[in-house]
Design a protein around this ligand. Structure first.
Ligand SMILES: *Cc1c(COP(=O)(O)O)cnc(C)c1O
Length: 397
């Protein structure tokens, strides 16, 4: 049975073969209670009104859908940028943080935990916890703590406790393991806010729902600006897949709209230094879901690599594994250097400095040929302030 108006998901959280909930016994009742609360409140007019008011008055939604004329002229097509970079805190992550923390409050939880890679999700959750007066603990790999100092300082100023994680290669995967461990030890008072469409059911569905506001706005804005509600293409980058899920959501059942997911190819898909999970991954289980996972022959998870900390993850949300395996979405593998080129191109033609993650989506413009009458929507998931050190380094080389 399908339990979502737009997602190809069944009541057990399966997208075809992918998804489900592979969790330790101690979390079963927690995850079940979360699922029930999600189903109850996602259709509750009072909950939705509170969520939508915060999106408009606090986050600054709707974000613009901007017709990038100089960029369009360069590529000889029609490019529209969905400006999630203009959300409060600088990325789409806050859409989900608000929805999830509101749900936590409804469930009577007083302690909020989260994992973070680049720090954008951690900052978003710390922000919402400050707004609502809740305790916030953020797990972050020690490598990321060192390379993302400005976001660490922001989280601390917001009152969150940042816990550096020293296991594995000390990045996002390891921070997620640690957050799950915390949740297992504190199942009754703690709510785990996951930052992407990953994890056990119902997280992928729930996060996609809280991000679906992106494509709801795109349809409305495109209709107003062009007379057409449906673009020819929607392009988004994928780490775990939440900004892409939000940008695709209201187009998944519209076969005329082509969906392109840009994943991080690092130094090249076959270089051994990438995070191109859909290209390279095999079916496996990571962080509670069956999905594509970068792994060795004997099932050891491979350490991923990308210049962009937000895409540096060896798994991908089950929705995207399914969309790609059925041909509903197309996957583009974008290298570090292609992403850097795209970032400089956007900055110099439109005066918008994108996040390194978003630059992977923009780089698809250099890989594909679009027709002069095509309408191409690109989701600019975040702003580039946090990436200035990488951009500065690239400029010197
Ligand atoms: C976290 C992040 C991403 C990657 O996460 P998804 O869940 O795949 O969207 C992409 N862009 C920005 C700006 C981010 O902060």
């Amino acid at each position: 049975m399908n339990t979502d108006p737009c997602l190809p998901v069944d009541e057990n959280g399966y997208y075809g073969n992918f998804g489900g909930a592979y969790i330790p016994e101690i979390l079963h009742s927690n995850v079940e209670k979360l699922h029930q609360a999600f189903l109850k409140y996602i259709d509750d007019p009072e909950f939705i009104a509170e969520y939508e008011e915060l999106l408009s008055e606090y986050v600054g939604r709707p974000t613009p859908l901007y017709h990038a004329k100089r960029l369009s002229a360069h590529y000889n097509t029609n490019i529209y940028l969905k400006r999630e970079d203009l959300c409060h805190t600088g990325a789409h992550k806050i859409n989900n943080a608000i929805g999830s923390v509101l749900l936590a409050k409804r469930m009577g939880k007083s302690r909020i935990i989260a994992e973070t890679g680049a720090g954008q999700h951690g900052v978003a959750v710390a922000t919402v916890c400050a707004l609502m007066g809740l305790e916030c603990i953020v797990y972050m790999g020690a490598t990321d703590v060192a390379r993302q100092q400005p976001n660490v300082e922001r989280m601390k100023m917001l009152g969150a406790k940042v816990v550096p994680v020293e296991s594995g290669n000390k990045t996002l995967k390891d921070a997620t393991n640690e957050a799950i461990r915390d949740w297992c030890c504190n199942p009754s008072d703690t709510f785990y806010v996951i930052g992407s469409t990953v994890g056990p059911h119902p997280y992928p569905q729930m996060v996609a729902r809280f991000q679906s506001v992106i494509s709801r706005e795109i349809r409305k804005q495109l209709k107003k600006q062009t007379g057409r509600e449906l673009p020819d293409y929607v392009i988004a980058c994928i780490g775990g897949g939440s900004n892409a899920a939000g940008a695709f959501y209201h187009f998944i059942k519209e076969p005329s709209v082509k969906l392109i997911a840009a994943e991080a190819a690092g130094l090249g898909v076959d270089s051994g230094m990438s995070a191109a999970t859909i290209r390279l991954g095999k079916e496996g289980i990571i962080h509670g879901a069956r999905t594509l996972v970068m792994q060795t022959e004997d099932g050891q998870i491979t350490e991923p690599y990308s210049i962009s900390a937000g895409l540096d993850y060896p798994g991908v949300g089950p929705l995207h594994a399914y969309l790609a395996s059925t041909g509903r979405s197309e996957v583009a593998a974008v290298t570090d250097s292609e992403a850097l080129d795209a970032a400089f191109r956007l900055t110099r033609t439109e005066g918008i400095i994108p996040a390194l993650e978003s630059s992977h989506a923009l780089a698809v413009l250099d890989q594909r040929k679009f027709r002069p009458d095509d309408i191409v929507v690109i989701n600019v998931s975040g702003r580039g302030d946090k990436d200035m050190m990488s951009y500065e380094k690239a400029q010197k080389n």
